[in-house]
Write a protein that binds this ligand. Structure first.
Ligand code: F6R
Length: 639
């Protein structure tokens, strides 16, 4: 039986959960626990037996351990490690191997005896695997078992590579990877078809025997699976739920990963709340959605039966609360995303003045502008604002190789027909053709190939923005250096990224900035691009008066939408505008049919965009607002 939970607030949680404000603080806390354990055991003359995980989750923990080794003398001489898993088959020197990962992130930077490093062997013959797995288990047992196991969690609910269907008593073994897991790994392998279908993993039974288990999860992307793992019923469908049976487990989360837990998502169900406006709006909309009723039909009984009696008593009668929230929601709707001229703007999302605004739409990739806010983009232009679009990165990793050949063939023909000498171009073309078949998964393209991929996306972006009505001189390509590595892994943000952004902002002095606040983007580019914009605005604020009058609106892309209660501006689209937006997205031909990075959503980007905006409109309709064809949603960010 797991540890007793005595708190009302966490009564839905079936195992101990600690939430930190952000991933860095949480990672340092976990690293400190590991370091303290190593120090204590080493001082007692004992070995520390650690179970380690790979993936993006533990990277900052390893970085902190390395720092403590280098700066504080933390020694790993008395540490023995066992990694959870390895792809199968897998050569240890492959870039995607967990051996490479562990050496890159930890082992190469500390004083561990390499003989004390154990990672499942991806090079075995099939008939050797069972024996290897048994020996792996026995080695752990002989050393007295794992002192501490750290874990991440996959979106399937896997721990290690124990996918749905794994048994609680499973041991180290060969397993088949779930389809979603392979999609998530496809970035590292340069396409899903290159991801191995199998892996060797410690079992749930193996993990369970550890004296301490810490499962970590960061970001919104993990929130739904964390809710299931923490609050759901124990089931083989979500292997992490078996951890509920352990006495020795703790989940360490950042706020985003914890955000779907009852105490954060619907706190009124577990405690008394301070009913400030945002929470009130969230709760009333939640109540209406849960009961499938329009807001104005919610009754006192509805409030009382759903944990909202306190709100009804404090701020009731409930009809007044309903009207208040109904009006607030109504006021988010505007067909004037740049403000309505000559109108009373006290209840409108945007200011009426100046009538003609300067707006910049920052688009992380060359198609986010039209995918995410194409309708609003077109409206802003139609309504006479001075609209600029700034493509923050070239997006050159997301183009297929055969498209490159097609365009270079075009260039050769074009040059030839214009009477130009095509010898040099043909040479480059032949080099490309020779290189492409030799390319290893995720190997960096040649400079020429990268350039052509960038050019392809550039022409598409111009075409899309022009279709939306923009003048060519209002289209800006920033090619921020942090992105231009040619690889999936990007550089850290540098001064130059911020400087280029400041320069553009300063040149235009916008009244409105739109930026992708799409923090669940699987490749992380959106959040990085967003932070650069915020940093640039904050720095300019110190000296530039125009900044205090510049509003920053976040939009969300193809991956994730704002929740209804969060939306501060909802721009309705007519059926005609939906088609115009679709046509603008169609200009991004290299991203059509089957993009290089589709994420785990099989729908094309324009379909996702339409489904998403239709859904937002339907949500408003169900709450009792007018019925629109589609709506694009925005939230203001106060920097
Ligand atoms: C890693 C492992 C996996 C990951 C999980 C989360 O050794 O076994 O269970 O912990 O897939 O991966 P990230 O951290 O990349 O989200």
């Amino acid at each position: 039986m797991a540890r007793l939970n005595l708190l009302e607030e966490t009564r839905y949680e079936k195992l101990p959960v600690t939430v930190y404000s952000d991933q860095k603080t949480a990672s340092i806390a976990v690293a400190n626990r590991i370091a303290a354990l190593i120090r204590k055991k080493t001082a007692n003359g004992e070995k520390t037996i650690l179970g380690l995980a790979t993936g993006v989750t533990p990277i900052a923990v390893y970085a902190e351990l390395v720092r403590q080794h280098k700066e504080e003398g933390l020694s790993f001489k008395q540490v023995i490690t066992f990694n959870l898993d390895e792809y199968y088959p897998m050569q240890p020197n492959a870039v995607q191997s967990y051996v490479t990962f562990m050496y890159d992130n930890l082992f190469s930077h500390i004083d561990i005896d390499k003989a004390n490093v154990n990672i499942p062997d991806g090079t075995l013959n099939k008939d050797e695997v069972t024996q290897f797995c048994l020996a792996y288990e026995q080695k752990i047992s002989k050393l007295g078992g794992l002192d501490l196991q750290i874990l991440g969690i996959g979106r399937t609910g896997h721990i290690g590579f124990n996918e749905p269907g794994s048994a609680p008593n499973s041991g180290t073994r060969l397993v088949t990877l779930d389809d979603l897991t392979r999609s998530d790994a496809s970035r590292d392998f340069g396409g899903k078809s290159n991801v191995p279908t199998k892996a060797i993993t410690m079992g749930i039974g193996t993990i369970f025997k550890a004296r301490e288990i810490i499962l970590m999860a960061w970001s919104q992307k993990k929130a739904p699976i964390i809710k299931k793992a923490v609050e759901g019923e124990i089931s083989g469908d979500v292997p992490a739920t078996f951890l509920q049976l352990s006495d020795n487990v703790e989940f360490v989360l950042d706020e985003a990963a914890a955000s779907s837990l009852t105490r954060f998502n619907t706190p009124w169900l577990v405690k008394d709340c301070i009913w400030e406006n945002k929470l009130k709006k969230k709760a009333v909309i939640w109540l209406a959605e849960t009961l499938k009723k329009p807001i104005l039909k919610l009754t006192e009984e509805d409030y009382n039966n759903h944990g909202m009696a306190q709100l009804a008593v404090e701020q009731g009668p409930v009809y007044d609360i309903n009207i208040d929230i109904f009006n607030q929601l109504q006021h988010t709707i505007t067909g004037w995303p740049g403000g309505k001229p000559n109108a009373d703007d006290t209840q409108r999302p945007e200011r009426a003045l100046p009538e003609q605004k300067r707006s910049i739409i920052f688009s992380p990739h060359p198609d986010d502008d039209v995918i995410s806010m194409g309708g609003t983009f077109i409206r802003l232009v139609d309504q006479g604002h001075d609209v600029h679009v700034a493509y923050q990165t070239s997006g050159n990793t997301a183009v297929w190789d055969d498209d490159v050949l097609r365009f270079v063939e075009f260039a050769i023909d074009f040059n030839h027909s214009a009477g130009e000498d095509t010898t040099k171009l043909k040479g480059i073309y032949e080099d490309m053709r020779a290189f492409m078949p030799t390319k290893k998964p995720n190997q960096i393209d040649t400079k020429e190939i990268r350039d052509v991929k960038g050019f392809i996306r550039k022409t598409e972006a111009i075409s899309g923005a022009r279709y939306a009505g923009l003048k060519d001189e209002n289209i800006h390509f920033m090619a921020l250096p942090f992105y231009e590595t040619g690889k999936i892994k990007k550089n850290a943000v540098g001064e130059e990224d911020v400087k280029l952004t400041m320069e553009l902002l300063q040149k235009i002095k916008p009244h409105q900035v739109f930026a992708a606040g799409d923090f669940a983007d699987p490749n992380g580019t959106h959040i990085v691009c967003f932070r650069i914009v915020v940093e640039a605005l904050n720095r300019l604020k110190a000296t530039e008066a125009w900044v205090s009058d510049c509003w920053l609106w976040m939009y969300r892309g193809a991956w994730h939408e704002f929740e209804t209660w969060e939306i501060e501006m909802a721009v309705p689209l007519s059926p005609q505008e939906v088609i115009r937006k679709r046509n603008a997205i169609f200009k991004h031909q290299s991203q059509k049919d089957r993009p290089v990075f589709p994420g785990d959503d099989a729908r094309e980007f324009w379909v996702r965009a339409e489904d998403r905006t239709r859904e937002t409109a339907q949500n408003y309709d169900k709450l009792g607002m007018a019925e629109y064809e589609a709506m694009e949603a925005f939230v203001r960010y106060h920097y």
